[in-house]
Design a protein around this ligand. Structure first.
Ligand code: FAD
Ligand code: NAP
Length: 339
């Protein structure tokens, strides 16, 4: 186990915040992870597990041990009904894994192409895009319980998946380290094309009977045109979740603001496009010192290089206050804040 002291985390978070970890270790196997946890316990250190660091706001130096999860593994098992149970190690790069499954002919994850980060972090917030969430394709995950030291298996139905949510973010926060995730994929999985932004592109390009790989390619193109590449411009994707509000409140808002963008959700609820709310208030392209709001997508906050987690949070608070003031709606921050 190679342990570094006072190590920079700049390369390990997609905002590029220049904070350090008291101790840092990169683990590539389950045994190395167990060794790191042993070191943590012996020295009574706190622990933060990072995958790709693309859903994090690091506001200060992190005390204790930071584990960078790079556990790699790919396994495939065929089932009697013609599906494939495809398992990936938590440290596998998510997008590379998605592309690998598609190249093998295992369809199902195409709509989740080009989401940054690792396989192990994907269940944390039930990643979703273009009408598909990981809960729709996941069979189970294996995780190490920090309390008992045992390996545990969670079936998808036991993960409390919701909109950008799971038990691992809430009641089990900090307790389980995800080791691997298993998906049920197959050539038979139907394509999900009804998401407006996607169906419009398929139609425009005149593709009659697209393959899953073609859908993945299209989604990569759309995402590259709309979202900043964290390598070039520090960001954590959508900074706020889309607020879900009672239908009646939505109807009242729509009466006052006829252009309001909302979508059906669970019965009695509507999901508002947070980006629209922020955009209407003139925040798109706004710059506040070294941070700002991306000029092509109001949901994305940017670190232009020298900004800090604190700078991003104060910009976020100003946006939240203006949205609450105009629309009476609270925007919830999506990425996790540490320490
Ligand atoms: P990290 O940021 O490293 O960690 C996130 C959280 O998970 C932290 O709390 C961390 O402690 C915990 N964690 C990480 N690994 C493990 C593990 N093995 N076991 C237990 N806990 C762990 N998200 C979407 O849902 N949909 C999108 O379309 C999307 N698009 C994005 C686009 C851009 C440009 C960016 C920058 C981000 C986007 N995101 C999106 C957010 C982000 O990519 C996802 O949330 C992703 O799953 C985070 O993975 P990560 O490995 O970077 O997690
Ligand atoms: P978009 O297509 O411009 O849509 C804006 C918002 O409207 C999205 O947040 C989406 O909600 C909602 N929406 C659009 N069509 C919908 C439909 N048919 N049914 C229900 N909701 C609909 O969004 P975008 O920014 O380009 O992102 C495209 C997809 O990638 C979205 O699914 C988005 O969530 C995902 N994405 C996520 C992140 C992240 O960091 N979490 C970053 C970038 C992109 P949903 O978000 O619920 O889909």
């Amino acid at each position: 186990m190679q342990l570094s002291r006072k190590a920079s985390l700049k390369a390990y978070n997609s905002f590029g915040f220049d904070v350090s970890a008291e101790y840092l270790v990169i683990v590539k196997t389950l045994d190395e992870l167990k060794g790191a946890l042993g070191f943590c316990a012996e020295n009574k250190l706190s622990l933060l597990v990072i995958g790709g660091g693309s859903n994090l706001i690091l506001t200060q130096d992190i005390s204790g041990l930071v584990v960078i999860n790079r556990i790699v593994l790919k396994q495939v098992e065929s089932t009697s009904d013609g599906d494939f149970l495809v398992t990936a190690g938590a440290g596998e790069n998510w997008h590379e894994f998605v592309r690998w499954t598609l190249m093998q002919g295992y369809n199902g994850l195409e709509n989740l192409s080009l989401i940054p980060g690792t396989v192990g972090a994907a269940p944390m917030q039930n990643i979703g895009a273009y009408g598909v969430e990981i809960k729709d394709r996941m069979e189970y995950l294996d995780a190490l319980d920090r309390e008992s030291g045992e390996l545990c298996r969670f079936a998808a139905g036991e993960c409390g998946f919701g909109y950008r949510d799971s038990v691992f973010k809430r009641i089990h926060a900090g307790r389980y380290i995800i080791i691997s995730v298993t998906f049920r994929l197959s050539a038979k999985v139907g394509l999900v094309l009804d998401y407006s932004g996607l169906s419009a592109v398929v139609e425009r390009q005149g593709i009659e009977d697209p393959t899953a790989l073609q859908i993945s390619d299209l989604i990569c193109d759309i995402r590259r045109s709309k979202l900043p590449d964290p390598e070039a411009l520090g960001n954590a994707g959508s900074f706020f979740k889309n607020p879900v509000i009672p239908e009646q409140q939505c109807a009242e808002l729509t009466r006052r603001y006829p252009g309001l963008v909302s979508f059906s959700d669970q019965p009695g609820l509507r999901k508002l496009a947070a980006g629209w709310l922020i955009d209407q208030l003139g925040w798109k392209g706004h710059r506040q010192g070294a941070v700002g709001v991306y000029d092509k997508q109001a949901l994305v906050l940017i670190n232009y290089g020298k900004g800090s987690g604190g700078d991003i949070l104060s910009l976020a608070q100003a946006i939240q206050a203006s949205v609450a003031d105009r629309y009476g709606v609270l925007l919830e921050i999506e990425p996790r804040t540490y320490p």
